[in-house]
Design a binder for this molecule. Structure first.
Ligand code: TTP
Ligand code: MG
Length: 366
């Protein structure tokens, strides 16, 4: 019989906003966002649940957020404080297991298979973690409990905010049948649309597609889709994973043939990249910009450039535009896929002078 793991995925609720509210209780109950200023082309890092009712969300331009919710309060971020809180979460987690894989400041997988407390009940461990976070840190975290990482992450979102949800091993088959494919981590708009055109909306539908068909359509990711549709995910919880890069890419329905279209496609990717990078910017700083181009004939090329140390913003669109303009003529063919990314270096512990650098990045140089 295959080994059965017990995984908890913990994700704090509207993390930055909740921390700000804890520090300043008169913010409670009001629509609140943490981010850059609307009049300086800032972006929203996160919004509390009151603000989300107006459609305000992460990575949205602050000006747009103010238009949707005129009473919105936007406060600047305090990354050092969020780092401290995150370390306090981990102090609590470590009372139950050492197998902790952080995904960001407010998110982590815990493998509690070998935890002997609460008669080995992962659900009771998760409940205790939530209770202690509330009591000791005056914050709420949601939790998902499942036999693997994929399901635990889906589950932590199920009863969010301030909730928990367990998918027991004998409930997995039933659970995945109705699970919409867009709940699968990695299935974005483009993949969801491709699947929809194949008649696939739920994981149950996805189970009806043969492995060979999925691999043909999605390459290596096809195998992953095949597995998760059945609730299978063999990835281990890997303590302190070190990232070397972060990137976003998109395949376009119609090939890109002209530079203006290329630049606006790139600008969209940069917004997405900024959102992703800001989640880990407390632990990594960028060392290089990278772009990737896949031509219509599926050949590809990449180009990177080292960031100057003059404090230039990593997401300077002009520099990304120039990179693409240099790389594109190598193939001189229409472009079907474009990617933008950063090579990363972990921040050292007392690397605090870097902090001001990424606080500025809530105000992109676009
Ligand atoms: P999330 O866990 O995605 O969001 P959240 O904790 O604010 O809200 P919830 O989990 O209840 O849905 O991200 C954690 C923090 O990371 C978030 O508080 C702010 C930061 N972040 C950004 O700076 N930019 C982003 O695009 C995202 C998604 C998050
Ligand atoms: Mg969160």
């Amino acid at each position: 019989m295959p080994e059965q793991r017990k995984i908890i995925h913990v994700d704090a609720d509207s993390f930055y906003a909740s921390v700000e509210t804890r520090e300043n209780p008169q913010l409670a109950g009001k629509p609140l966002a943490v981010g850059g200023r609307a009049d300086r082309r800032g972006v929203i890092a996160t919004a509390n649940y009151e603000a989300r009712k107006f459609g305000v969300h992460s990575a949205m331009a602050s000006a747009r957020a103010m238009a949707l919710c005129p009473s919105l309060l936007i406060v600047p971020p305090h990354f050092e404080l969020y780092r401290t809180v995150s370390a306090q979460f981990h102090d609590i987690f470590r009372d139950f297991t050492d197998l902790i894989e952080p995904l960001s400041l407010d998110e982590a997988y815990l493998d509690v298979s070998d935890c002997e407390q609460f008669q080995g009940s992962a659900t009771l461990v998760a409940a205790e973690i939530r209770r202690r976070v509330r009591q000791e840190l005056d914050l709420t975290v949601s939790a998902g409990i499942a036999p693997n990482k994929f399901l635990a992450k889906v589950a932590s979102d199920w009863e969010k905010p301030d909730g928990m949800f367990t998918i027991a091993p004998d409930q997995v088959a039933q659970f995945v049948v109705d699970l919409p494919v867009n709940k699968i981590n990695g299935v974005g708009r483009v993949t969801a649309e491709k699947l929809r055109r194949m008649g696939v909306v739920s994981c149950g539908d996805l189970q009806g597609v043969e492995l060979t068909a999925l691999v043909k359509r999605f390459g290596k990711y096809g195998q992953r889709l095949f597995d998760v549709a059945r609730g299978i995910d063999k990835r281990r919880v890997q303590p302190s994973r070190v990232r070397k890069s972060i990137s976003v890419e998109r395949t376009y329905n119609e090939d890109i043939v002209a530079m203006p279209a290329m630049e606006s496609a790139l600008d969209e990717l940069l917004v997405e990249l900024a959102g992703r990078f800001l989640k880990i910017a407390d632990r990594y700083f960028p060392t290089k910009r990278v772009i990737k181009i896949k031509y219509s004939d599926f050949t590809q090329t990449t180009l990177e450039e080292t960031l100057g140390d003059s404090g230039e913003p990593w997401n300077d669109p002009q520099r990304f535009h120039r990179l693409v303009a240099t790389a594109w003529p190598r193939g001189a063919k229409p472009v079907r896929l474009l990617g933008a990314g950063l090579r990363l270096q972990p921040r050292g512990e007392g690397d605090l002078d870097q902090l001001s650098l990424f606080e500025d990045q809530l105000e992109p140089a676009v």
